[in-house]
Structures are given as C-alpha cells and as structure tokens.
Design a protein around this ligand. Sequence first.
Ligand code: NAD
Length: 498
Amino acid sequence: MAIASDHQTQTVDIPLALDGVQLIGGEWVAARSGQTIDVINPANRELLARIPRSDAEDVELAVRAAEQAFPAWRDLDATSRANLLFRWADLVDQHGSDLDQLERQEVGRPSWGPPRMGSQLRFTAGQADKVQGLSLPTHSPDQLGFTLREPYGVVGAIIPWNAPGPMFVNEVAPAIAAGNCMVIKPAEDAPLTPLALAKLALEAGIPPGVINVVTGYGAEAGSAIPEHPRIRRVGFTGSPATGRLVMEACSRNLTPLHLELGGKSPQVVFPDADLDVAVPAMTAGITLNTGQICAAGSRVVVHRSIHAELVDRLAKQMQQVKVGPWHRDVNMGPLINAKQHERVLGYIELGRDAGAEVVTGGGVPQGADFGNGFFVEPTLFNNVSPDMRIAQEEIFGPVLSIIPVDDEDEAVEVANGTDYGLVASVWTQDLGTAVRMSRRLQAGQVGVNSPLGAGVIGGPFGGYKNSGFGRTMGADSVLDWTQVKTVSMRGATVPPQR
Ligand code: NAD
C-alpha cells in the first residue's frame, strides 16, 4: 500500500451543498420534529452538514405534495417532460466539478473525473416521448383495441450511500420521465449530492412536488415509504437485509417494486488470460470506492496453473494502491463510517481464523494521515475455500479472495456458488471459453476481459438470485415505471348493416 504524502486535511465549501433542509413540494424545509443528523467527512470525521431527521409524518407531507403535482405532470406532453430532463442534464454537466467534489467529500472517494450523471439523464430523457402502446386486433371492424402506458402516480425510492449521485439519477429520472411524481430517501451517510441534484432539477424547471427528497434514518423515514398505502410503486437499492424488509412492507400494500441488492462478483481467470490487462483491472475492481461497490469483483477464481503467478502479481499491484484522504492524489479513500470499518476488519479476522492466508494488507494503515478516518488496507487473501464466509458474504470493502480451481467446470461451480448473482467477469483470450462462460455464469452482467461488466451505454443493470430483480438504466427503464391499460373502443352509435 502506498501512502499519500501531504498532511493537511480539507473540507471544501461547495455552493450546491445544502444544510439542515430537505425538499418537499418545492420548498426547502426542516423535519417536522426539528431534529437533525450530522453528515461527516469519513476521511477526518469533520462535520460537513446537518440533514433533517425525518419520519413518517414528513413522508406523508411529501406524498401529499407529490399527489398535488401529479395531474399536471402526468398531463404535460411527453416531449416537454423530456426537454425539462435535458435541461436538468445540462445543469448537472455545468456543475459537474462541484457535484464530483460534493460526492467525493461525503463518500470519501478520490475523483472519478467528470460525473456521467448528465449522460445518463440524457439517455433517460430520450425515452420519455417514446413510451408507446400496442395496437391490438379486435373481433369486430367497428371496434378498436390498443394499450396505454400510464404512470403509477406517486412512487417512492430508497438509495444507498456508496454512489449517491448516480443512484439518485437512476431512480428519479426514469420515474418522472414516465410522468410519476417521486418521494425519495437518500442514505443518511451521503444525502448531500442527491439534495444538490434535486436543487438543479428545480432550477431546470421541473415543477415543485415532482421530486421530493426526504432525509433521515432508514428505520424512521425509509420504512415509511414502502409502508405508505398511497405510494404505488417502489425502487430500492441497498443491502439484501434491508431489501427483504422493504419487500415485506410492499407486500402488505401489494405495491410492486424492484430491488437492486448486493453482490459477491467472481472474476474467473483462465491460463491464457492477458495478466497485464487483468491484474490492474482486478485491483481497480476491488479498490475503487474502497471496495464499496455492489459490482466489486471480490472473488478471483483462478486456474491452478497460473495461481502462484497471479497471487504474486496481484499482491504487487495492490501494494501500489495509494491510500489517503479524498482531496489528495490517491487511488483509495476511507470506508464510509465506523460501522463499516468494524465490519470490514471483522471479515478480515474471520478470514484469518478460517485459515485463509493474508498476502498483503489485513489491517489499518498507520500514520498522521489516517488518525481520524475509517481507513483500511487493500487486502489480498490467498487459498480461500469457496465455503468460507469471506468467499460467500458481501464484505463491501477492499478485500479480495483468491480461490484456485482445476478446470472450467469447477470454475463455474465456484463462481455460481453463492447466493448472489450481480456481475461476473471472465479473463481469457479464447473465444470459445468466452462464449461458454458468458452463458454459464449466473449474473445480471457478464464482462469478458472487462472488470465490472462496464463500458456499455444503456446496458440494463440488475441482479440474478439474491442480488435482486428488475433492471435500471436500460432502454426499458422508463417503461418499468408505467402500468399497462388495455382499451377496447366502439363508437356510441349502432353501426350500419354492411
Ligand atoms: P442499506 O440497505 O443499509 O441502506 C440502503 C438504504 O436503505 C439507506 O437509505 C437506508 O437508510 C435505507 N434503510 C435502512 N433500513 C431501512 C428500512 N428498515 N426500511 C427502509 N429503508 C431502510 O445499504 P447501504 O449500506 O446503504 O448500501 C450498501 C448495499 O447496497 C450493499 O449491499 C450494496 O451491494 C448495495 N448496492 C447495490 C447496488 C445495485 O445496483 N445492485 C448499487 C449500490 C449499492
């Protein structure tokens, strides 16, 4: 692990950052209770802002505001709705650097360059006026049959902290493009980028009440969304444990939902893999955002013939990862909070106790730079057996497990042998292996010689098995926020005899 050199820590004032308020019906308001939650910079625990600590009463107010906004938003022609989203995208691009800094500060990550949220918004806006129904055959020539795609009305979403900006866009944009009005709760650890995005949406001209952002804890404000009987559809991104609670609450109201949950993504490395490409990509795949990415490739399933070489090269590469506070020239920042810090260190202990070998990392980096932050070293475990907890459970930290196998069948069995199925990667130069593995891997996204299944524009994103169901970001994302109505139509007058 490399350590960033200068010693200052820094919290930057960003004009888009809001303090103590949330957005309900176009107004920036406190929680009804008057209580707040501190949002801190995870690199040094400095206070960044306070957010309202809302509960079911605030969610009720947001639902009423959304209900009021809904008829006009639904009836606005689809091209005008699209244009407002395009304008929002322009503002997001204009404020790209501020948004990036805000997200870096609250999540504690180094810069990823200009955010892609503007392009995702444009991709979604382009679908708004392409929501089409079907023309249906009828039993009589005097009758017409067709389907309408209609919005649900007031819909809800709950998002996690690891990429708050993109998560906000992925839920809000398709829902409102379809004509719904949304109540969304960002994560209490990283709500500032979502609030800033909502501010830009208002500035773009998206009417008050179309987007309502209610902040607070999951058990107080979050749970009130799926429990609300007048919220007609829900999108949830987060952990499987919370996803189950959200689904249970939705089931009581018979509310449809999609779930974007966790992963334990395998990276399968064949003997003919180009390790010059694979090793840096796999290292980035587990250290990007400090491993706090649902798609993180956290298991390396490697053919025994190149096992030793791969361990050696991965260890060297992981030791090059520069760790430090977000504002420096580093590759990896801290974990998000104390709970996550304990959890990741706990898994490292579990791995050691189970007999896996720590090749590099395995602890907390030492030095003045790290005193107050939730830092952990990039950690490589060798000789992990597939049934160990570190190979089965999502750690959500920079911890990579290497599992050697003897052939393709065993690789498939190990790769598919968890409850998750979000992303899987294959490293090979053989086309036949690539084709077979693309079919055999149980995952919503498969990347061949590509770490996160990324690099595709408009690829639907979502999970198999316990990684969830439903897809975001694809060409159907707006349709998914609509319901289908079949219309059969006959004129009121009796048809003449033919
Ligand atoms: P989390 O489940 O703890 O929290 C997610 C959100 O749910 C937060 O806003 C939280 O406040 C809220 N919440 C908590 N308890 C709730 C309850 N009882 N009712 C309603 N809402 C509640 O997850 P997290 O720790 O914020 O995020 C990490 C998880 O998210 C990981 O499992 C990761 O894999 C997953 N994730 C998945 C994707 C994806 O697209 N599949 C993307 C990002 C993150």
